[in-house]
Write a protein that binds this ligand. Structure first.
Ligand SMILES: Cc1ncc(C[n+]2csc(CCOP(=O)(O)OP(=O)(O)O)c2C)c(N)n1
Ligand SMILES: [Mg+2]
Length: 279
């Protein structure tokens, strides 16, 4: 998507809705924006069909506001709550069969590199914890082993939110959910640590309670993936519906997790550290 692509031809100028025209005139395309600017520009996503207080939609909003080049970005998703917001946002978006996101993203990234050899086209996987830690784990790890230059973002609500509350590999041990009535029997899968040993050159673990940090690490992860190798961002996006807390408590729950399973963590190779010094 570029401003040129979405600029209406003269004949359509007066019949297109205001929302569309705002996106052309006040959107983030070709006009760098960040999390700091939220509220002052027409965002890639401004409405969503999620539950009140949804952490996933907040995570998506923050991540989309942090794309270094939204006009040259392709977001790759998979079934899960995130699909419903991403598929109606103004970013190039491809959905995949559940769990296949990193394999499809690999193909799309390679294709875009061949088609646009002189341009950066950012391919960003944005999916739930179940999509990465469970059904898509092998395809995710293999994309990292192969050093594909894509960014993988996990929107971790620690549950299969979209299908009514089954436990995911990322649910906390002991967590009781609608469809895990006796409590989860094993620990959260250490996907963050697996990313480091499987070939990711940069990783960050954050929560939606720290929007500036989310903005910074998402941007860095995408820029690093352009130049150096695979990157991973894991965002805690609490789910009021399945974790059964009031919808106005999402940030509080995320803050509490920052003292526990979501303390801030970051890893990077020496090459990445050097690169970050210069941007
Ligand atoms: C092959 C396949 N298996 C199962 C499903 C059903 N399914 C859709 S979404 C989902 C769970 C998604 O959980 P997660 O990735 O954590 O995303 P969330 O909804 O929590 O954001 C499942 C099991 C499917 N669509 N395709
Ligand atoms: Mg989930």
């Amino acid at each position: 998507m570029s401003v040129r692509n979405i600029t209406p031809v003269k004949e359509f100028e007066d019949i297109l809705p205001k929302e569309y025209k705002d996106l052309v005139n006040k959107g983030p395309f070709n006009n760098k924006k960040s999390v700091d600017d939220l509220g002052t520009f027409k965002e890639i996503i401004e409405e969503h069909p999620h539950c009140a207080g949804c952490g996933v939609s907040l995570g998506i909003r923050l991540a989309l506001a942090s794309l270094p080049s939204p006009e040259d970005s392709l977001v790759v998703g998979t079934p899960g709550c995130s699909f419903f917001a991403l598929s109606q946002s103004a970013v190039n978006y491809s959905n995949t069969a559940f769990g296949n996101q990193n394999a499809v993203a690999t193909g799309l990234k390679r294709m875009l590199q061949i088609r646009y050899p002189d341009k950066h086209k950012d391919v960003i996987v944005m999916v739930g914890d179940g999509g990465i830690a469970d059904i898509g784990l092998d395809l995710t790890l293999h994309s990292w082993f192969r050093k594909e230059k894509i960014t993988t973002i996990m929107l971790d609500n620690e549950v299969y939110g979209n299908t009514g509350g089954q436990e995911s590999g990322m649910s906390m041990k002991g967590r009781v959910l609608n469809m895990a009535p006796t409590g989860k029997k094993f620990d959260k899968i250490p996907v963050f640590d697996m990313a480091e040993v499987s070939g990711c050159v940069y990783g960050a673990r954050v929560t939606v309670a720290n929007p500036k940090k989310v903005g910074q690490v998402v941007r860095n992860a995408i820029l690093i993936a352009r130049e150096i190798g695979p990157t991973y961002v894991q965002i805690f996006t609490p789910c009021p519906t399945n974790m059964k807390f009031p919808p106005d408590q999402t940030i509080k729950i995320a803050k509490e997790a920052q003292k526990d399973q979501y303390s801030y963590k970051e890893f990077m190779t020496d090459e990445v550290a050097e690169y970050l010094k210069n941007i």
